[in-house]
Design a protein around this ligand. Structure first.
Ligand code: SME
Length: 162
C-alpha cells in the first residue's frame, strides 16, 4: 500500500518539490495511463489545501474528454478553444485564472469554483495528450509558484509515458 508521507516543507516551492517526489514514487514502474492519472489526481487533491476539483481531460477525437479526477462530477466534453481547459489545450500554455467569474470563457462544472489553473500535457513528440485542471473555491488561489509547481508535477506524470 502506498502511504503519502506527511509534508515536511513549510514553503510552497518545498511542498511542490515533496509532492513531485511522492508522485514519482507512486507512479514508478507503472505504465498504465488511467492508473497513474487516477492516483496522481488523488495524491494532489489530498495533499494541497483549498481545492474543490482536480483531474484530467484527455484529447479524444478532436475534443477534450474528462478522465480520472477528484471532486464532484464534471462536464464530460470540452471543445478545443472553449473554456479555460480548451484554451490551455489550443494554446499549449498554462492558464492561471484568479477569478473565474471574470473570465469570458470559463465553463462552470461546480458552482463553488472561484479560481483555476490548467496545464497542457504535451508529449515528447509534440502531440497533445490533454490537460491537467485544478479548481479552487478561493479567489486567487493559484500564483506563479503554483504554475511552476503544477508544471513540474505534470512533467512527472508525462515522464511515465516516455
Ligand atoms: N472550468 C473548466 C471546465 C472543467 S471543470 O472546471 C472541471 C473550463 O473552463 O474549461
Amino acid at each position: 500500500m502506498f502511504e503519502a508521507a506527511p509534508m515536511t516543507a513549510t514553503d510552497k516551492p518545498g511542498v511542490y518539490a515533496e509532492l513531485a517526489q511522492q508522485a514519482r514514487g507512486l507512479m514508478h514502474g507503472e505504465p498504465n495511463l488511467v492508473a497513474n492519472a487516477a492516483n496522481f489526481a488523488a495524491l494532489v487533491y489530498h495533499a494541497l489545501p483549498g481545492l474543490n476539483w482536480c483531474g484530467f481531460y484527455f484529447l479524444d477525437g478532436g475534443e477534450l474528454v474528462v478522465g480520472p479526477f477528484q471532486g464532484k462530477p464534471a462536464c464530460i466534453r470540452i471543445a478545443l478553444g472553449r473554456g479555460v481547459c480548451g484554451i490551455a489545450a489550443a494554446t499549449r500554455a498554462t492558464q492561471v485564472v484568479a477569478d473565474v467569474a471574470a473570465h469570458p470563457n470559463h465553463i462552470y462544472c461546480d458552482g463553488a469554483a472561484r479560481s483555476e489553473i490548467v496545464v497542457p500535457l504535451v508529449r515528447g513528440d509534440g502531440g497533445l495528450l490533454g490537460v491537467w485542471d485544478v479548481d479552487s473555491p478561493h479567489l486567487g488561489r493559484f500564483d506563479e509558484v503554483d504554475r511552476v509547481g503544477m508544471e513540474a508535477l505534470c512533467a512527472e506524470f508525462m515522464q511515465t509515458l516516455a
